[in-house]
Write a protein that binds this ligand. Structure first.
Ligand SMILES: Cc1cc2nc3c(=O)[nH]c(=O)nc-3n(C[C@H](O)[C@H](O)[C@H](O)COP(=O)(O)OP(=O)(O)OC[C@H]3O[C@@H](n4cnc5c(N)ncnc54)[C@H](O)[C@@H]3O)c2cc1C
Length: 828
């Protein structure tokens, strides 16, 4: 009797039972999978790795307060005398960058490969004339150090910023301003400066002597020379009392005109406009008073503890509720009293009160716009619209006032202006930087359209045209620079953008190519990913030489991966590179899946595999040999292609087609066959999944890398695999395939006598070498970052080096002489 399918008691019943059990079976597999994954994750997070690893970036890695502009310079000197500055300029010929307090935010202090003058030790008071209220200082001194000396004598600085951490030289070069009433740009309080020019000559400049240099160097962003000394006006330190009012922003201009502008009693004044509507202004003014002090300390001490302020700033910066609370709760409470303090105290704030715990993912920035006083309301209107459209994360806009500039070439106050100081929070991903760029550029256009300007010490986004619209005398400044710095030695990232002398044709090509520049952090971060190439190479070599898979150190390989991961992430963090969350997630995903794979493989090979190998008297079967060939093919393949493109299925087919089923050591043969089929079969499925995910998430990877090289001769021929993009004499932009082929191309270029100027716009690149365990490597232009074990070979050691791109040719040349083999050059 034929039983209907599904009827109990027959074949149908057993199918039904199987179907019913399927979820149970799947659940069991899932459970095993989850347990393995949990163990792998535990190992990754708690067991493996190198928590002890520490890294201090070299002092040649120069950065600013935002940590957004890490730049390797060639050398840093910290002069303490004018003679040392002169000697530094006369004994060198290349580019020079100058750093003060490092609070500018767009690379105004640095230039790759430059000689960097770190002025922070150039910090003496040279003369103090109390009667004439004037002080002469070395330019690297901070306002706070000056205040410490003049406050006890009843004197105060006439014009400076709100915070006192800035150096005099950095402030002069930006021509800063504060919240003073009846004042304006810093130049108004400068009697004279002393400059060291590019050729090492020392000149005095004042409004009457070398006035062009005086008005060019002040506000000149270090482009004309090094300001070494300055003589500044001082004023009396007085008691001041705070008063405040809240009003609709539409009433502010009239309030200012009536009560503040000509009020000689007001020392400091500003108005805070609250996001997101910017419709309310809180004016805060400090009036001279005879009342006794409510806070006795004449200065805010340097190095005070600010633990809660950054937390509040973080809350305000990251949430709408924080912004609401600041406006409706925090500020009203903060301003409930009318304290009486010394003027010096109100001018001695420490930027530490703003410093967040970490700037790895988020940073805080400033931008500033200046508009003629009569255009105030129009600008507020435009600003509100721009911020709303871009959903800008603005925490505060502080309005200040400035009288006109007496004549600096790059004056931001060509007339009487209100300054809009915008304080905002931003993430560090390229998308978030682009958002800030977009609103910043619109704000520049809005300000210049109203006859105003913007402030250039912040992130550099502007075009030369926008700079010109804001600073119409820029051509006079550029002509002066060409005269006093004919070899264009004084450089930085702002000048690079605006100064026509920097506009080489190759630079235009580099900027126009979206694929030219790649983040420098990647040269470090790709090290663990490449370990998953080199470890399979080790495994393939091990198998090829007849090694027993049961004794391959899978567990040490896992540990080595996580050690590399910990080390490079520490280096990237300590170097101040933006956190590449997406890439780190990818490293964790491949790390955990490799850990799971090696755990299973290690456990299997060490037990069952070992037993079957023993059954074959330790001999390789044809299946063992095929596995060795497959592992070698995989190791070779992933050298220049993503692993998930490898044809695992094809190798499973070969296992079944190319080896005889029966034969000597049948048990081992069968075991290898099944083991390999399972391993490569699972990998084939996983590879499809990852390949699909990665194509969906990233699209097609751009597979070329661009670099600028110097040819040994005009007619030198490029090595195979290297393509010319553009040549300007011997300076050439070329491109090669990324990953493995890049290493080969770089070696070929070096052998043909080419020098490297930059790779993907970067001046440092990571290189790994393999050499005898106990022979250290000392090579000019390379610094050892750390050593990494070759897990299957005790006599050899991998050394991971950070190489100056400009000296890459020499380093590659030196390696064989030092007995080391080049393993890889890590493109970005
Ligand atoms: C929290 C914060 C608050 C701020 N508040 C204000 C404010 O209230 N008002 C205001 O106007 N600005 C303000 N700024 C901007 C700040 O004033 C400028 O960035 C200023 O340049 C910082 O001084 P610095 O010593 O850090 O200069 P750096 O950033 O070190 O240098 C700035 C520029 O000056 C050049 N330079 C430095 N020293 C010399 C030298 N000796 N000779 C020649 N060139 C030199 C550098 O090459 C660079 O181009 C603020 C910035 C921050 C981060």
């Amino acid at each position: 009797m034929r039983l209907p399918v599904g009827a109990p008691g027959g074949k149908g019943r057993s199918v039904a039972r199987t179907l019913l059990r399927l979820p149970l079976r799947l659940a069991r597999y899932l459970l095993v999978f989850l347990v393995v994954l949990a163990i792998a994750t535990t190992i990754a997070v708690w067991v493996s790795g190198d928590d002890e690893f520490t890294y201090s970036p070299p002092d040649t890695l120069v950065n600013d307060v935002t940590l957004m502009n890490p730049t390797y310079v060639s050398r840093v000197i910290q002069p303490t005398t004018v003679e040392e500055v002169v000697a530094a300029l006369q004994s060198t010929t290349g580019p020079v960058s100058i750093g003060g307090g490092r609070y500018s935010q767009g690379g105004q202090i640095s230039w790759p490969g430059s000689l960097h003058l770190d002025m922070r030790r150039f910090d003496k008071v040279l003369a103090l004339d109390e009667a004439r209220k004037r002080i002469t200082v070395q330019a690297g001194i901070t306002w706070h150090r000056i205040q410490e000396q003049i406050a006890p004598r009843g004197l105060a600085i006439r014009i400076m910023q709100t915070y006192s951490n800035f150096t005099v030289g950095g402030s002069l070069s930006v021509n800063v301003h504060g919240r003073y009433i009846g004042e304006g740009p810093l130049v108004r309080s400068v009697e004279s400066i002393k400059l060291v020019l590019a050729d090492g000559s020392v000149v005095e400049a004042s409004p009457t002597t070398n006035s062009e240099l005086f008005y060019g160097a002040i506000g000149g962003y270090g482009g004309l020379g090094v300001i070494v000394e300055a003589t500044l006006n001082l004023t009396d330190d007085t008691n001041i009392e705070r008063r405040q009012d809240v009003m609709p922003v539409s009433e502010y201009r009239q309030f200012f005109a009536r009560h503040i502008r000509d009020n000689r009693e007001v020392v400091f004044h500003n108005a805070d406009l609250y996001p997101p509507d910017f419709d309310t202004a809180r004016q805060v003014s400090w009036h001279r008073t005879d009342k006794p002090l409510t806070i006795e300390d004449g200065l805010i001490p340097a190095g005070a503890d600010y633990s809660w302020q950054p937390r509040i700033a973080d809350w305000v910066g990251s949430t709408d509720s924080g912004k609401w609370a600041r406006r409706h709760v925090i500020d009203p409470l903060l301003y409930v009293r009318n304290p009486v303090v010394r003027r010096n105290r109100e001018a001695s704030y420490d930027v530490a009160e703003l410093e967040p715990e970490s700037r790895e993912e988020f940073t805080y920035g400033l931008r500033e716009y200046f508009v003629p006083v009569e255009r105030f309301d129009e600008f507020v209107e435009r600003m509100r619209d721009i911020f709303a459209r871009h959903d800008a994360n603005v925490m505060n806009v502080s309005v200040r006032h400035a009288l006109p500039d007496p004549g600096t070439l790059l004056a931001w106050a060509r007339n009487e202006v209100f300054a809009f100081v915008v304080y905002y929070r931003q993430g560090r991903t390229p998308e978030e930087v682009a958002t800030v760029r977009d609103w910043s550029l619109e704000m520049i256009d809005a300000a210049t359209a109203l006859g105003g300007a913007y402030y250039p010490p912040y992130q550099v986004f502007e075009s030369p045209e926008q700079f010109h619209a804001a600073f119409p005398r820029d051509q006079e400044y550029f002509a002066l620079k060409a005269r006093v710095d004919p070899d264009n030695r004084f450089r930085n990232r702002l000048l690079q953008r605006i100064y026509p002398g920097n506009h080489e044709p190759l630079e235009a090509t580099r900027s126009a190519n979206d694929n030219y520049h790649r983040g420098e952090a990647q040269t470090f971060l790709t090290v663990p990913e490449w370990y998953l190439v080199f470890n399979p190479v080790e495994y393939a070599q091990y198998l090829e030489s007849g090694g027993n898979p049961a004794t391959f150190p899978f567990f040490s390989s896992i540990d080595e991966y996580w050690r590399l991961y910990d080390r490079v992430t520490t280096i990237a963090r300590q170097s101040g590179y933006p956190r590449n969350g997406e890439y780190l997630t990818m490293l964790r995903v491949i790390g955990i899946s490799t850990t799971a794979e090696y755990l299973v493989k290690g456990a299997y090979e060490g037990s069952i595999g070992r037993l079957f190998r023993w059954s074959a008297s330790g001999e390789d079967t044809a299946e063992d040999q095929l596995i060795a060939r497959a592992q070698r093919a995989y190791a070779d393949f992933i050298f220049d292609t993503a692993w998930y493109e490898f044809d695992f299925g094809d190798w499973v087919g070969r296992m079944w087609g190319d080896t005889r089923f029966f034969g000597r050591h049948f048990l081992r043969k069968l075991e290898r066959r099944l083991f390999f089929t399972a391993e490569f079969g699972i990998k084939a499925g996983y590879a499809k999944l990852i390949g699909f995910a990665s194509r969906t998430a990233y699209g097609k990877n751009h597979d070329r890398i661009y670099l600028t090289v110097t040819a040994p001769a005009d007619d030198a021929e490029l090595p195979a695999g290297v393509t010319m993009v553009q040549a300007e004499g011997r300076e050439q932009i070329v491109s090669t395939l990324r990953w493995g082929p890049f290493t080969e191309a770089a070696v070929a270029l070096a052998r043909s006598g080419y020098g490297f100027r930059d790779v993907s716009g970067n001046h440092r690149i990571v290189v790994s070498t393999v050499g005898p365990r106990n022979a250290g490597l000392v090579i000019d232009g390379a610094t050892e970052l750390f050593e990494s074990r070759l897990v299957s070979n005790d006599t050899q050691m991998r050394r991971v080096l950070l190489v100056d791109v400009g000296r890459l040719t020499g380093v590659l040349d030196a390696l064989p002489r030092m007995g080391a083999r080049l393993e890889h050059i890590y493109d970005y």
